[in-house]
Design a protein around this ligand. Sequence first.
Ligand code: ATP
Ligand code: MG
Length: 474
Amino acid sequence: MNKNNYAEDLTHPIFEIITGAATEIGNPAYVIGGFVRDLIMQRPCTDIDIVTIGNEIELAQKVAKKIGPGVKVTVFRNFKTAMLQYQQYNIEFVGARKESYKFTSRKPDVEPGTLQDDQNRRDFTINALALSLQTDDYGNLIDPFSGIDDIENKTLRTPLNPDTTFSDDPLRMLRGIRFATQLDFEIEQNTWTSIIKNRNRIEIVSGERVTEELNKIILAKTPSKGFKLLESSGLLELILPQLLALKGAEFMEGIGHKDNFYHTLQVLDNLAKKSDNLWLRWAALLHDIGKPATKRFTHENGWTFHGHDYVGSKMIPGIFKKLRLPLNEKMKYVQKMVLMHLRPIALTEEQVTDSAVRRLLFEAGDDIDDLMLLSEADITSKNPNKVRRFLNNFALVRQKLKSVEEADKIRNWQPPISGEIIMDTFGLPPCREIGIIKTAIREAILDGVICNNFEEAFEMMIKEGEKLGFKPIK
Ligand code: ATP
Ligand code: MG
């Protein structure tokens, strides 16, 4: 792994094009940051960052011209960057810069600088690696902070004094925890101590930036690692206190309940093995969020959390708003998952009747598969026999869901009798009774009292209408 030249890895024609453009302009250019880290770690990466000791717009435009007609350069004057797309790559050009921060602001003063200045402003040594694109030393590694060793030792360390790095841009603390989670690296001791020390600075970072990192932690292979680090650094308390409130196990009369924080993390890890759906993973993270508010102890029943599903689902909008997560159908989906997360597991505890399964299918609709994944991930216990028994019962519910769905097609179900049919049959204007008749038919089908077909539903409609004093007009 430890080589000084990576020319053989920079074979894509884009690098040669950039070399040509930089040479013509007469300003050096380097590949830098995440792309170099990922190249060395052999991780796929489609974002290429190019730093030039000169004007980024000039270089980007020259590169675009060389690639050919139709390539558009997008300039972000505020950030002093220029971007273009080429094949699968997003390529960002930036002039090497020196940044100086004031304590009160996130926005640094920026002035042109050397490559070393630019490497100094990077967040971690593994993100400060650069490869030369000059002809005379093409592919040479420029690694002033021994980032290559840190990659080898799986270590996250800041290039400068960590207090400076984190105080300048506190988001870097979260990025550190995110990289530790994504790459399965450890945070070096000084760097870690500094995160703990500077944690309160996270308050000057916008909700959007925080959430972007949280999403990346949640989408990692083992997200629990990140949340444990967030907890032990003290950052979790500042960004998602509702989750921290799940931590700890209380004892009464010698009876304890499980630690719902670690349980939640286990559920999230379980789910992560089965699904990459970000929103389902959020639902796993928040599924028990209503437990602290609903926790009770009685001598007769021990610890209970009655209604934590409902209370939890009601807490979601507040959390989403604070974290600047979308307040749209994604949030509604997370609420629905949290509200329904006990339903499949509740089924396994009793006789699995057709009507209970039909009702679950009807209420979950197209989200039934996701709900089953969440509910199954929720089976955690220190007792392997208990887990095995639940999982077996769960397999039964799955089978039953399949056979009921095949027979009754409830999943995307529209009841066979519409409001229009009821109005036409009895000659009624829109009125409350239509709803009463529709509900009666729907309940009868879900309970299996009548079959899910037009004839039986129609017959029932006539009966229900007559009960209400209506007569068919034809
Ligand atoms: P990923 O693309 O997986 O999020 P990355 O390391 O490529 O990881 P980017 O946000 O794409 O992260 O940034 C590219 C590079 O810019 C980083 O490798 C790092 O050198 C630098 N960088 C990004 N954000 C910061 C920051 N907040 N502070 C310092 N350097 C940063
Ligand atoms: Mg990147």
